[in-house]
Design a protein around this ligand. Structure first.
Ligand SMILES: *Cc1c(COP(=O)(O)O)cnc(C)c1O
Length: 380
């Protein structure tokens, strides 16, 4: 009777992770330094293969915070951020004492709307400030409109901080996500496509920027025999144990991407003949998504008996299957509701009608059967 819980996205070990952890124990590198860290960074650099430098950190949130610092964001500055995202994309703006300006999504990629972005920049400039950075996001692993957003950023000479937390393995026109920003970040939180149990990484094309990121992440210690500090530092390094998990996970990344994409295919065919449900998918072959999470939009005007997003969520919950409304836009969050927002109601409408479904690379045929049965029972 008691079916085990089916989760949205859980850690999925590949098998070799423990070897690297044992190695760290055997050599006593139980610290935020060691071979696992440098090798994990190299693995990422080779994977992205665009002459980039990677700095392993304690989280993507830490990476975004350091990214803003490296881009020169200071108290009183304005930073533009996609509204529809996880709070960790935006919170580091407040850590810096800067002001977030939120921008709506467009309907094709659910990411930054180029028109609303330009409106936000022009209006901010009109009010006397040039935005210091634009934080872009590849929601659920679907790349944003890379060319359009880059053109606008270049036109106004504003750097991009690319939040690729959800998009490891995604690409646009054959180039990997995580290489489009002036600084980019990935997350290895437990629910992401690969995990280090918790961790993140900062990607830059400049060796100097990497050095500076490492310096800031390790308490900004000046060169001296004693502890000497001229700058504000942070304790943001990744542990050599966690990096060992990451090295093992890199070996199964391609497999995980394929399995996540199989989950997306599963939902596409499941909903093929069900009216009122759209599976969020890339718009053309320029876009390659890792489909970290597969999400749907529910149009209750077209579903059987007017079933809406919440009906589906509760029915799945009843069958012990986890699913989640899409990210609630930042401009609708109590924490951020008083900051400027540019756009219309795209993100808001997506939030009201969108649902992310179980998408893990470790889901089984029997899990898929249970999901299919629960959904068909409700919607057919
Ligand atoms: C998960 C996530 C983060 C935060 O990553 P952590 O490693 O948990 O700090 C940031 N942005 C987005 C879009 C995310 O999905």
């Amino acid at each position: 009777m008691n079916n085990p819980k089916i989760w949205l996205s859980t850690p999925h070990m590949g098998g070799s992770e423990l070897n690297y952890i044992h190695e760290a124990f055997d050599t006593n590198w139980i610290s935020p330094l060691g071979l696992n860290i440098t090798e994990f960074e190299h693995d990422l650099e080779n994977y992205l293969s665009q002459n980039v430098f990677a700095t392993a950190l304690s989280s993507a949130t830490a990476a975004i915070h350091l990214g803003l610092i490296l881009l020169g964001v200071k108290a009183g500055d304005v930073v533009i951020c996609q509204s529809m995202t996880f709070s960790a994309s935006a919170n580091p703006i407040l850590y810096q004492g800067a002001t977030p300006v939120f921008v709506d999504s467009e309907i094709e990629t659910w990411n930054l709307c180029p028109i609303a972005l330009e409106e936000a920049i022009v209006d901010t400039v009109h009010k006397g400030q040039i935005p210091k950075a634009i934080i872009t996001v590849h929601l659920y692993g679907v790349p944003y409109k890379i060319d359009e957003i880059r053109a606008i950023a270049n036109k106004y000479n504003i750097p991009i901080l690319e939040d690729s937390a959800e998009a490891l393995g995604s690409s646009y026109k054959g180039k990997k996500c995580g290489t489009f920003g002036d600084i980019s970040v990935f997350s290895f939180n437990g629910n992401k496509i690969i995990t280090t149990s918790g961790g993140g990484i900062l990607i830059t094309s400049s060796k100097h920027t990497k050095k500076k990121a490492q310096f800031l992440a390790s308490q900004a210690k000046d060169e001296a025999p004693h502890y000497q500090h001229s700058e504000l530092g942070y304790n943001y390094q990744m542990s050599n144990i966690c990096a060992g998990i990451g090295r093992g996970q890199m070996k199964v990344l391609e497999k995980h991407i394929a399995l996540r994409r199989t989950m997306h295919d599963f939902y596409v065919s499941l909903f093929e003949n069900i009216s009122g449900i759209t599976v969020f998918s890339t718009i053309n072959p320029d876009y390659f998504a890792n489909y970290w999470l597969t999400s749907i939009l529910v149009n209750s005007a077209e579903t059987k008996n007017g079933i809406n997003r919440e009906n589906i969520r509760l029915a799945l919950l009843d069958s012990n299957i986890e699913c989640r409304p899409l990210w609630k836009p930042m401009h609708l969050q109590p924490l951020y509701e008083n900051y400027p927002f540019y756009g219309n109601k795209i993100a808001e409408t997506l939030f009201e009608n969108g649902l992310s479904l179980p998408s893990g690379s470790n889901l089984t045929d029997s899990d898929r059967d249970r999901i299919r049965t629960a959904l068909l029972k409700l919607l057919c």
